[in-house]
Design a protein around this ligand. Structure first.
Ligand code: CMP
Length: 137
């Protein structure tokens, strides 16, 4: 069943020149890019996007990191895209992510882990309406 998921290529990936590498992995898998924008996240959007994390100890440095540079927001679609994209990006902590995944190959950090992707159909719907309100279903 075709699904849509929200992907952010985070500021560390943009700074490191890894945008093409990361998008290429999604394309080579057979997923489609339905929408793509280079933008910055302000604090209000960070607090909404990461609503479930705002009380966590790791949130203030995460917010500073995510609002500290350009990022790429995307809607990625395809068969079981939510699960497939999460598998492609790997575990949250780049030090523990499986080699072969984006984080496993390219990140050594639990925070600066290059990519965010929706973790469920409910999150995908909520996050697509935050980042691409004009394309929300
Ligand atoms: P992401 O998939 O965007 O979802 C929440 C983000 O919080 C996560 O990727 C990391 O960037 C960050 N994060 C999660 N857990 C930790 C942690 N223990 N320490 C630092 N950052 C974290």
């Amino acid at each position: 069943m075709s699904e849509r998921t929200l992907v952010l290529i985070k500021p560390d990936a943009v700074r490191r020149g890894l945008v093409g590498e990361i998008i290429g992995r999604f394309e080579r898998k057979g997923l489609a890019i339905e929408a793509l924008a280079l933008r910055t996240m302000d604090v209000a959007l960070a607090d909404q996007h990461y609503a479930e994390h705002v009380e966590r100890d790791f949130y203030p440095p995460l917010r500073d990191f995510m609002t500290g540079g350009s990022l790429v927001s995307m809607i990625v679609s395809g068969d079981e895209a939510i699960t497939v994209v999460r598998l492609l990006i790997g575990a949250t902590d780049g030090r523990k992510a499986t080699p072969g995944s984006i984080r496993g190959d390219l990140s050594l950090s639990n925070r600066e882990n290059l990519v965010h992707a929706s973790d469920s159909p409910e999150s995908a719907k909520r996050e697509i309406s935050l980042w691409f309100p004009e394309l929300a279903l």
